[in-house]
Design a protein around this ligand. Structure first.
Ligand code: ATP
Length: 453
């Protein structure tokens, strides 16, 4: 696809997200706040489905992983020990012509001369380090002693609680601690819709192990994570594994992979999978003076565990899911004329609404009552949307556009008016093939549950 059609595609996706209630600009009625987004009724369902599925496969389905939920406001000592206070910064350059603040890697180079990407200006300041952490104060005194930070990643609270969790869970190495939650970074240039935001969510696993297991587990988790993306509908062909080269890795990491996705605006990171050695626990042991060692019963040895960290972005994955799902095809309208259909081809597992339920006519009380019965039958098992307004084709289109994989229509055959054998059967429509099958109402829950798992 060409650059302009890619940016047109992004415009359509952003428009659809707003129109149908996936994602809105934060504080929109006051002009918005850059790099911050609010999820609407459908966006929040999509996001929850993603987080729940991650939690399910990472924690519930495994014997070797437990979860935690740490506080967002973080003691400065934690982030000093981790290196964030000193080093969590990006080089920033200002354009003196248009006054833009730019990340150094965003400058464009023409004939060997660096230029501002906004105005082409060449009058640029020297790079200076800009710390990305948001600082605040805890308590009434707003001075040096009350500084706290909004966490820039969820990982540090896992390291800091390592000993407590080890004791209460009584796990043996290798084992992991998982967390899903908010992180905050004062990005110099938030951009590409929600891709680079100032407030976002992460799904992080710290998987602790013996030193000799680190490299093998790095490979293992890279493969697990690729499988995860495939299981939520992102094909392997659109995912790329970048081996972060020696010079670009954090100095303590023995190996890092970036899992990237082909977004319409380019190939970009979805997740980092890093073997962080024993760096974090060693730093916190040193700074706190508290032992963070593990006692190995077998050789009767104490040591600081190593760790492999798959760290994924919730918002970036939601955006990848929407980009991947977006498609347009041709479908007949009410009169049989072909028209363009916008359809989000979400994997049923993560689709915000699983099933639409439609009485053929809204002014027929029997059809409406039957449809409402079906809603009550399905609702304990899945998200359902009841819609009785407008022509049936329009109702299908509205559900296609938000990615609802199944539609159930109650018609006169359901009432047994034409053929008594068809009483209490409905049509079940598939979003992607648009094919309809006739199924018995009492079979609907089991058929749909099997298809959305
Ligand atoms: P980038 O190089 O894109 O800034 P990063 O390498 O700094 O990302 P990590 O620190 O490895 O990111 O964070 C792990 C994950 O958290 C990323 O892969 C991404 O999915 C998510 N993430 C990081 N920063 C942001 C952000 N500003 N907005 C949205 N998601 C983010």
């Amino acid at each position: 696809m060409s650059k302009s059609s890619d940016s047109q595609l992004m415009e359509k996706i952003v428009g659809l997200c707003k129109r149908r209630g996936f994602i809105f600009q934060s504080s929109e009625i006051y002009g918005g706040l850059n790099g911050l987004w609010d999820y609407g009724p459908l966006g929040v369902e999509l996001k929850r489905n993603l987080k729940n599925y991650w939690w399910h496969v990472t924690v519930h389905e495994r014997d070797d992983v437990v979860g935690m939920d740490g506080s967002i406001l973080t003691h400065p000592a934690v982030l000093k020990a981790s290196g964030h206070v000193e080093g969590f910064s990006d080089p920033m350059i200002d354009c003196r012509t248009c006054k833009a603040h730019l990340r150094a890697d965003q400058l464009v180079e023409k004939k060997g001369i660096k230029q501002c990407p906004n105005c082409g200006g060449k009058d640029l300041t020297a790079p200076r380090q800009f710390n990305l952490m948001f600082e605040t104060h805890v308590g009434a005194a707003a001075d040096e002693s009350s500084i706290a930070y909004l966490r820039p990643e969820t990982a540090q609270s896992i390291f800091v609680q390592f000993k407590n969790i080890l004791e209460v869970s009584r796990k043996k190495l290798p084992f992991g601690i998982a967390q899903v939650g908010k992180a905050f970074r004062n990005e110099i240039n938030p951009r590409n819709f929600t891709f680079r935001s100032r407030e976002f969510e992460q799904m992080e696993l710290e998987y602790f192990c013996r030193p000799e297991q680190g490299m093998e587990l790095l490979e293992y988790w890279k493969e697990e994570r690729l499988r995860f993306y495939e299981n939520i509908g992102i094909p392997r062909g659109k995912l790329h594994v970048l081996t972060v080269p020696d010079g670009e890795r954090a100095f303590y990491s023995k190996g890092t992979y970036d899992i990237e996705y082909d977004f319409p605006f380019g190939r970009q990171e979805l997740e980092g999978v890093a073997y962080r050695t024993d760096y974090d626990l060693s730093q916190h042991q040193k700074a706190s003076g508290k032992s963070l060692e593990y006692f190995d019963e077998e050789p009767k040895q104490r040591f600081i565990p190593h760790v492999v960290e798959p760290s994924a972005g919730v918002d970036r994955t939601v955006l990848a899911l929407i980009c991947e799902a977006y498609s347009e095809d041709q479908a007949p309208d009410e009169k049989g004329k072909m028209e363009t259909r916008v359809v989000l081809r979400f994997h049923p597992r993560i689709a915000p609404v699983k099933c639409g339920v439609f009485p053929l006519l809204k002014n027929n009380s029997q059809l409406v009552a039957k449809a409402k019965e079906i809603v009550s039958l399905l609702r304990p098992h899945m998200t359902v949307f009841y819609d009785e307004s407008g022509a049936i084709g329009r109702r299908y289109r509205r559900q296609d556009e938000i990615g609802t994989p199944f539609g159930v229509t109650v018609d006169f055959e359901t009432l047994g008016e034409k053929d008594p054998a068809l009483r209490d059967t409905v049509t079940l429509r598939d979003r992607d093939s648009m094919k309809q099958e006739r199924v018995a109402i009492h079979n609907l829950p089991s058929i749909l549950i099997a298809r959305i798992q």
